[in-house]
Design a binder for this molecule. Structure first.
Ligand code: AVJ
Length: 317
């Protein structure tokens, strides 16, 4: 990241932490979980036996790839929001006929350019046009998008579950405007299910998710001159039934204070910092409503046999 951008990024992190720790319910936005170590830990999470979303969505995509390709048609431009060089992306790249271009969008320039390099080697005929951007903010898409072929958005992983309804409508509405009339969009959404399945998925036996959550405090210590005693906090995954979401919290295990820069914050024993929401959807509930408000209709939907996860195909109305 260039210095000016890195400085902006750090200032935004500092402001989110300062504001978030001043609230009655302390909270830090989940985007800050993903520094290099956090991203590596998330990759490990996706391999855990308890964490069903990644392998379930991947299996659905693999099974439905031919159907998706037929419904999209030839010569499409694939635009991935929050892109990775993931197995899931490659399933679509392999299945779609005569793809015109692949446009991965990500905030991490280094990660994006590494991804692009790998894909150009493996798909020499494919135009790979990365865009460095936060996909929750307005994005200037490359000229490739102004071609005549179908445009297909892709937002896998149920990352949409991190967002509020207002944020989902804003994101999907902007994607609809950027991708244009007639565009399609493949959206991965984790489905509501028993807490007996959900809690272990977010609090695994080997403690990888705990390390992922606690790494936020390590990051604050390193990047924002923090003084957190990381060993005096523990990870907690909670099911909030009213909001139909898993919440991650960091629970203070002692009466303590911590400094962040020149701010001082008190943490009575038992008080928590709320670090992530992971919403679990019913397709015909909030999600269908959000899609409709953003100008998309649900053209098709596919789930696994146990209805753990859904892949939706949307069409711009
Ligand atoms: C990357 C947001 C989809 O909510 O399941 C995994 C993040 N947090 N384990 C999710 C996460 C804890 C993940 N998303």
């Amino acid at each position: 990241m260039p210095d000016a951008l890195a400085a902006d990024h750090r200032a935004a992190f500092a402001a989110d932490v300062r504001d978030g720790l001043a609230r009655a319910q302390k909270a830090i936005p989940s985007r800050w979980l993903y520094d290099a170590h956090g991203s590596a830990l998330f990759e490990q999470i996706t391999q855990l036996p308890e964490y069903y979303p990644t392998r379930t969505e991947t299996a659905i995509l693999r099974q439905m790839a031919g159907t998706i390709a037929a419904q999209v048609g030839r010569g499409a431009t694939l635009v991935e929001y929050g892109a990775g060089a993931s197995v899931k992306t490659r399933i679509l790249l392999d299945a779609l006929d005569g793809l015109a271009a692949y446009v991965p969008i990500d905030v991490s320039a280094a990660f994006l350019h590494e991804t692009a390099r790998g894909l150009r080697t493996d798909y020499p005929a494919l135009a790979v046009e990365p865009v460095v951007a936060d996909f929750l903010a307005p994005i200037a898409l490359p000229a490739a998008l102004h071609g005549t072929g179908p445009r297909l958005g892709f937002f896998p992983g149920s990352t949409i579950g991190n967002l509020s309804d207002a944020e989902i409508v804003a994101f999907l509405g902007r994607a609809r405007a950027d991708l244009g009339p007639g565009a399609q969009f493949i959206l991965g959404a984790d489905l509501k299910k028993s807490p007996a399945i959900l809690i272990p998925a977010y609090d695994d036996a080997t403690g990888v998710t705990a390390a992922f959550n606690l790494n936020l405090l390590t990051r604050i210590n390193r990047e924002l001159a923090g003084s957190f005693d990381v060993s005096a906090f523990r990870h907690e995954a909670r099911w909030n039934d009213d909001a139909s979401r898993i919440e991650m919290h960091l629970v203070s295990t002692a009466d303590q204070t911590a400094r962040v820069g020149d701010g001082l914050f008190a943490f009575p024993a038992g008080e928590t910092i709320h670090t992530e929401n992971s919403r679990k959807f019913t397709i015909d509930g909030d999600l269908a409503e959000d899609c409709a408000h953003a100008g998309w209709t649900i053209e098709d939907r596919w789930t696994d046999a146990a209805s753990l996860f859904a892949v939706l195909l949307l069409r711009a109305g």
